[in-house]
Design a protein around this ligand. Structure first.
Ligand code: PLP
Length: 378
């Protein structure tokens, strides 16, 4: 049996959601845009899914656009919001590559990129961020929960402060790691654009959404049949959308319960490591309960990950999307002390984890760190 602790990368699909996907694939497979009454029912199912998500996240109906996942939602947010030919974009190096690389592309097309600092625990340096916003800022990107350390940024505060400096700036927050992990009320957060994805909350891969605040004009990136109110043409992934709406609704209801559970799991791991020297928790305040990012001095995170695999324990080394780069952009941004740079391990929980397997992870992690250190010395 695999003990899976890389739920930030992706999670297993809930059985009842897998059943929804099956039903829409094999029985209710009608095209929502066709003319039959069967199709009309499917079109109503998409509408109901949109309303379910809007209610769960405190958005107004009609402002949720379904996409193929977080990356597409982020690209739609970024490329769909730039209208003027020039201006600057404020962002941090802590953003997920689907945001960072998208704004970098805009940089290569002539927009000015302004890179704000990140604090050592992965939070956005708010002061530095705001100092970069001015009359020419067309877009400000500030992620909600950082996928590497779990740092939770104050999206409401950032949004208000950016708007105070320039109320024409479009504000965008990547909420892919936030929905279902921390409370999310889009009206309260106030941002213009907010993205989230299904496969982080026990739905399938291939479905996500972009929230666009009422009154914000967003441009499409793909053209065709005019689905999703013209913002995202293409036949809808109906089963995915219906399952996704259920996943969002379930995840939002479980936020408090998961927080309690995961806090206990974190403590189990920290207790097991307490007699081991030279390691650090990369973010401990204002952090997602689901993510525990640790760095071990003089150890390669990748080696530790493979050692744990021998016990069928899966953890992450940081962002799965940046696992090819030797030391990720993010690790550079948070300026980890050199001895800790390569020793980053990211443990992330889901509701499927049990206290017993967390204890197993904690024991094997401590054992593996000690054994690797011994090998190095000997
Ligand atoms: N944004 C964040 C913060 C993420 O963690 C991820 C995926 O890990 C994405 C965006 C990309 O989402 P997707 O994998 O659905 O394209």
């Amino acid at each position: 049996m695999v003990h899976y602790f890389d739920n930030t990368a992706t999670t297993r699909v809930d059985d009842d959601l897998a059943e929804i996907l099956r039903v829409y694939g094999t029985e209710k497979f009608f095209n929502p845009s066709a003319r039959s009454t069967y199709s009309l029912q499917i079109s109503n199912d998409v509408k109901a899914a949109r309303e379910t998500i809007s209610r769960a996240l405190g958005a107004s109906a009609g402002n949720i656009t379904f996409t193929s996942g977080g990356t597409e939602a982020n690209n739609l947010a970024i490329f769909g919001s730039v209208r003027s030919k020039r201006g600057n974009i404020v962002v941090t190096a802590a953003e997920h590559s689907s945001v960072y690389n998208a704004v970098s592309e805009l940089g290569s097309r002539g927009y000015e990129l302004r890179l704000a600092k990140v604090l050592p625990d992965g939070h956005i340096d708010v002061e530095d961020f705001l100092s970069k916003v001015d009359d020419e800022t067309i877009l400000a990107c500030f992620m909600h929960v950082n996928n590497e350390t779990g740092a939770v940024n104050d999206v409401r505060l950032l949004n208000q402060a950016v708007k105070e400096k320039n109320n024409r700036t479009v504000t965008f927050s990547d909420g892919v790691q936030a929905v279902g992990k921390v409370p999310v009320n889009l009206r309260y957060l106030g941002v213009d654009l907010y993205s989230f994805a299904g496969h982080k909350i026990h739905c399938s891969k291939g479905v996500g959404a972009l929230y666009v605040k009422e009154g914000v004009k967003q441009l499409p990136l793909q053209f065709g049949g005019g689905q999703e109110r013209g913002l995202r043409s293409g036949t809808e992934y109906v089963g995915g959308i219906v399952a996704f709406s259920q996943a969002v609704s379930n995840a939002v209801k479980r936020v408090d319960e998961c927080e309690r559970l995961f806090k206990g799991y974190k403590q189990t791991i920290l207790n097991a490591l307490k007699d081991i020297p030279d390691w650090r928790v990369n973010c401990s305040d204002n952090v997602s309960p689901a993510i525990l990012s640790l760095s071990f001095a003089d150890i390669k995170g990748e080696v530790l990950v493979h050692m744990l695999e021998k016990y069928e324990i899966i953890v992450g080394t940081g962002s799965a999307c940046s696992s090819n780069s030797k030391s990720s952009r993010f690790v550079k941004a948070i300026e980890l002390p050199p001895r800790f740079v390569e020793g980053v391990v990211r443990i992330s929980f889901s509701k499927y984890n049990t206290a017993d397997e967390v204890q197993l992870l904690a024991d094997k992690l401590a054992e593996s760190v000690l054994s690797l250190r011994k090998t190095m010395l000997g």
